[in-house]
Design a protein around this ligand. Structure first.
Ligand code: NAD
Length: 201
């Protein structure tokens, strides 16, 4: 999710903190990749793009192998890839359920599984998984999304217990609503209802 709304900002902040950043996202978003590359041009090559489909285990494995061969070890992993397939459960198709799970939950497994060995061997790692406030509160029309995001949090707590003694921390961040393309895709009527439910508006 490195070239998405939150992902882009996360890349910029990590580069500002001195990290060498590889933004990974779907190759199919080639127009957005070009815009992204212009947006981060001021970082002098500290942020580069590599394609991945997080829902595909082999794509994640090949990505990590490529990075290790070309640049070295992955010390920090931020999982920000996510999609929505909003509809009430009564109307939700198995496809809408599975598509969401493949990206939002399997994606976290697929990426973490491919970095955890190297981080353990080196005795250092930082993993940050982007969950959502809706994984804690639930949201109308988001049984799939809320389940996956709650799952991301459970996964992270379990992996944190497995990895803490190896120098690896695993945390989730659960943002409230942020103005990104994901939220812009929600209808204006629903967005107004969401804003009305946020105490500070
Ligand atoms: P966004 O749509 O701008 O970015 C999501 C990115 O994920 C996109 O660049 C997309 O191409 C990428 N992606 C989708 N499927 C992928 C796949 N199979 N492989 C690799 N990349 C894939 O959305 P955002 O608002 O920046 O969301 C980032 C993360 O934050 C998501 O996990 C989202 O669920 C979470 N989140 C967002 C909000 C919000 O209000 N925007 C709130 C809470 C949590």
């Amino acid at each position: 999710g490195g070239i998405g709304g939150l992902g882009t900002e996360i890349c910029r902040h990590l580069a500002q903190a001195g990290c060498r950043v590889i933004a990974t996202d779907l190759a199919a978003r080639d127009e957005r990749v070009v815009t992204f590359q212009n947006e981060v041009a001021d970082f002098d090559g500290a942020i580069t793009f590599e394609p991945v489909d997080v829902s595909d285990f082999d794509s994640c494995r090949q990505l990590i192998e490529r990075i290790q061969q070309q640049l070295g070890s992955v010390d920090v992993l931020v999982n920000a890839a996510g999609i929505t397939r909003d509809t009430s459960l009564r109307k939700m198709s198995p496809q809408q359920w599975h598509d969401l799970m493949h990206v939002n939950l399997d994606g976290v497994f697929n990426m973490c599984r491919n970095v955890i060995e190297g981080m353990s061997t080196r005795g250092f790692g930082r993993i940050v998984n982007i969950s959502s406030v809706n994984g804690q509160t639930g949201q109308f029309g988001q049984t799939n999304y809320s389940a996956a995001k709650a799952g991301v949090h459970g996964f992270s707590m379990a992996l944190a217990r497995e990895s803490a003694r190896k120098g690896i921390t695993v945390n989730t961040v659960s943002p409230g609503y942020c103005d990104t393309p994901m939220v812009a895709a929600v209808s204006a009527e629903i967005r107004e209802q969401i804003v009305a439910g946020i105490p500070v508006g």
